[in-house]
Design a protein around this ligand. Sequence first.
Ligand code: AHN
Ligand code: ZN
Length: 337
Amino acid sequence: MNTMKKISQLALGFVFLALVFSSCHNEKKKPVIVQKDTISVFVPDFNSDSAFAYVKKQVDFGPRTPNSKAQKLCASYFSETLKKYTSNVIVQEFTVKAFDGKMLQAKNIIASFQPEKTTRIMLSSHWDSRPFADQDPNPDNHKTPIDGANDGASGVGILIEIARLLSLHPSPVGVDIVFFDVEDYGQPNTNDPQKEDTWCLGSQYWSKNPHKQGYKANFGILLDMVGAEDATFTQEGISKNFAQDILNKVWRAAGRAGYGSYFSEQSTGSITDDHYYINEIAKIPTIDIIQHDATTQSGFYKYWHTVNDNISNINKNTLRAVGQTLLTVIFEENTVQ
Ligand code: AHN
Ligand code: ZN
């Protein structure tokens, strides 16, 4: 037996004993097999009431559309709230030109946990809401801004709850939480000639100008429309092309967390979402956890870009399924499953 092996087995024995002696608290510990020893890894409990309250708080500002007062107030709410959970909060301010020629003031918000750690996971979601309900069955609503309770606020609510938990329980790997602005001001699908790259302007900006020079994460997970009752998350095309191993990791974690029924092995079409630019430009392998609904024509959430994407259609069980899965990924990273 060589020296390296001896040291690693001793270290494992120590970890094992240390955890047995600390296991008298009623905290959740998941058994994980490492070589021949079973060790327990602490995974915090996701609080779905808390996450729901973070979703509602955003929606209560009104639609967070670019250049609106709600956008300003909600951005301040994010920095104030995240600063309670970490001292490393960066607000990236920029201006982008929309498909309609409008100049949009935008803010990406980044909260980092344990920035000194080199092994890092990046979690993201967009926080703006679409200024036009152009998929609403009633044409009178096509110019009405949406609440975006699911399309935007659900992912952000889950990530603020994770920020709260990371402030109480430091994770074994570093985590960066990124809220992208101006994802949802894309060109409507009309007969007009379609322009390129009109969606995801905030993530395009961040991918070309990361908040820290040379920023790297081992992998990324984007959340989009993660709050509807009985949602199914399928394996989306761009995620499969760039990061099949991360899909496997997250889908397995969902199973261990007890939420495998939300995560389907089915492969579905590619979606131009923030993760496309994170993969293509920033080169961080990133998946999109996004609801697929086989019963709608778009394949998206049934109230996607309609005035019914409001708080009454947000479900706490789905928020918990996604949140607890992410916590399992974060806290079991660097262990052998
Ligand atoms: C397109 O429709 C090209 N992308 C949809 C991305 C999206 C919009 N996600 C939420 N809202
Ligand atoms: Zn949208």
